[in-house]
Write a protein that binds this ligand. Structure first.
Ligand SMILES: Nc1nc2c(ncn2[C@@H]2O[C@H](COP(=O)(O)OP(=O)(O)O)[C@@H](O)[C@H]2O)c(=O)[nH]1
Ligand SMILES: Nc1ncnc2c1ncn2[C@@H]1O[C@H](COP(=O)(O)OP(=O)(O)O)[C@@H](O)[C@H]1O
Length: 216
């Protein structure tokens, strides 16, 4: 049991490794991993009202409106007041960051900076097992059998929004809206930025930072 509740957010463009790094943080430090993309996909799969609405935006390669995102994410966080977590994919806008700030205090915000060309290469090679959210990359962490999830043996799929034709617009749009969010956390004094082209090289720095922040 951790002595103190610890809350971290991981920011970064699509493909920067938020999911991969958040999973490592969760595993290494015993935090729960929460992912906005997973909340959305669960709601889309269950055909909830929010899921049906969100799908229309994701299909058009747009961000889901702030009120839908906060409706999906905040109640979940409010049930976790006694748990430590790492949140990936939320907040993406200043309005989301402000809404999050109204319900909890963050300990650390990690911002990942990965060059544009690297992001493009990674995302066009990202494959997912929809039921579990396990993420593969045909080069970095390929499945044992091509096209098949290691644990369940079920087929892997590619997100529509990872397909090359929509990727560039998605990355460009990210850049415009992310800066004020990063600036906001920098002003609060809780922002830690990490730059690089390889998750395995960035990870030791993140791990040692968190080692100093999370009580054993
Ligand atoms: N080649 C390569 N792929 C990586 C690296 N780190 C993560 N990936 C892959 O890049 C893709 C995007 O990573 P993900 O964690 O989903 O990023 P997110 O969109 O920020 O959550 C996935 O297919 C990962 O397996 C890396 O260092 N090198
Ligand atoms: N916090 C958010 N605000 C608005 N839209 C979001 C948010 N999180 C996810 N989305 C939508 O869901 C899509 C998939 O999200 P996600 O799986 O986190 O992928 P990625 O980080 O690779 O973009 C995004 O492209 C976006 O349309």
């Amino acid at each position: 049991m951790m002595a103190k509740i610890f809350r971290a957010v991981v920011l970064g463009p699509p493909g920067s490794g938020k999911g991969t790094i958040s999973a490592r943080i969760a595993h290494s430090f015993g935090l729960q991993h929460l992912c906005s993309g997973d909340f959305l996909r669960e709601n889309i799969a269950a055909n909830t009202e929010a899921g049906i609405l969100a799908k229309k935006y994701i299909q058009k390669n747009l961000l889901v409106p702030d009120n839908v995102m906060t409706y999906l994410v905040l109640p979940k966080l409010e049930t976790m007041t006694k748990k430590s977590w790492v949140l990936d994919g939320f907040p993406r806008t200043v309005a989301q960051a402000t809404a999050l700030n109204n319900i909890c205090d963050l300990d650390v915000v990690i911002s990942l900076n990965v060059p544009f060309e690297t992001l493009k290469e990674r995302l066009s090679d990202r494959w997912i097992h929809p039921a579990s959210g396990r993420v593969y990359n045909m080069e970095f962490n390929p499945p044992q059998v091509h096209g098949v999830d290691d644990i369940s043996g079920e087929p892997l799929v590619q997100h529509d929004d990872d397909k090359p034709e929509v990727l560039v617009a998605r990355l460009r749009h990210y850049k415009d809206i992310a800066k004020p969010v990063v600036d906001l956390y920098r002003a609060k004094g809780i922002l830690h930025s990490f730059s690089g082209t390889e998750t395995d090289k960035i990870w030791p720095y993140i791990s040692s930072l968190l080692g100093t922040k999370i009580p054993a």
